[in-house]
Design a protein around this ligand. Sequence first.
Ligand SMILES: C[S@@+](CC[C@H](N)C(=O)[O-])C[C@H]1O[C@@H](n2cnc3c(N)ncnc32)[C@H](O)[C@@H]1O
Length: 204
Amino acid sequence: MSNKKQSRDWTGNKRSIYATIGAANHAEEAREENDYYATDPKAMELLLAEETFSTLIWEPACGAGHLAKVLQKHGHYVISTDLINRGFGVKEPLNFLASTATGLYGDIITNPPYKYAMEFVEKALEIVQESQKVAMFLKLTFLESKKRRKLFEATPPKVVYVSSARLNCAKNGDFEKYQESAVAYAWFVWEKGFQGDPIIKWIN
Ligand SMILES: C[S@@+](CC[C@H](N)C(=O)[O-])C[C@H]1O[C@@H](n2cnc3c(N)ncnc32)[C@H](O)[C@@H]1O
């Protein structure tokens, strides 16, 4: 397998994500490539204006900390981890999908790698205690698909906050280069144990 192929694989298929756990020699191109899209911190501010969260938050795909820093500013104690050390948070790479953590008496908030968004939601709901929250910044199209319908039926989000104006996610954190977004995003907020019809609200 070529290096190029391998570097694509860590976000490109499940098997290699697991194979990557603990590996210290990620190719430089793997660091730059795919699935690192820093979130406009404004997205976090908008959610915090609507929702209250526990003091303890785990940001399990923290990137360079664009969400975590806002949470810290608001007084949260944030555990920030990522598969790739991007110079923020815990230095050791942590594959969230392979985490064995359970019973977190805190909330999980992130903008996950979109390819594994559903897996991130399922894992986060597994990890937190009953009544704790899981908030994921996702494309609005996450609402679609038969596969995810099963997730929504079994574990409906409590609120979906649709961003009326486009919020930006910048590839490799380069907000200068990527100033506009063609993608509609929403915050999906679960409260573990909630069974009922989700509410849709509009922010921004
Ligand atoms: C869309 S970026 C978002 C970064 C940050 N949450 C933000 O909002 O600015 C997704 C991040 O997920 C990380 N990632 C990808 N797969 C992961 C995994 N299995 N476990 C933990 N982090 C992962 C990537 O390294 C990347 O930093």
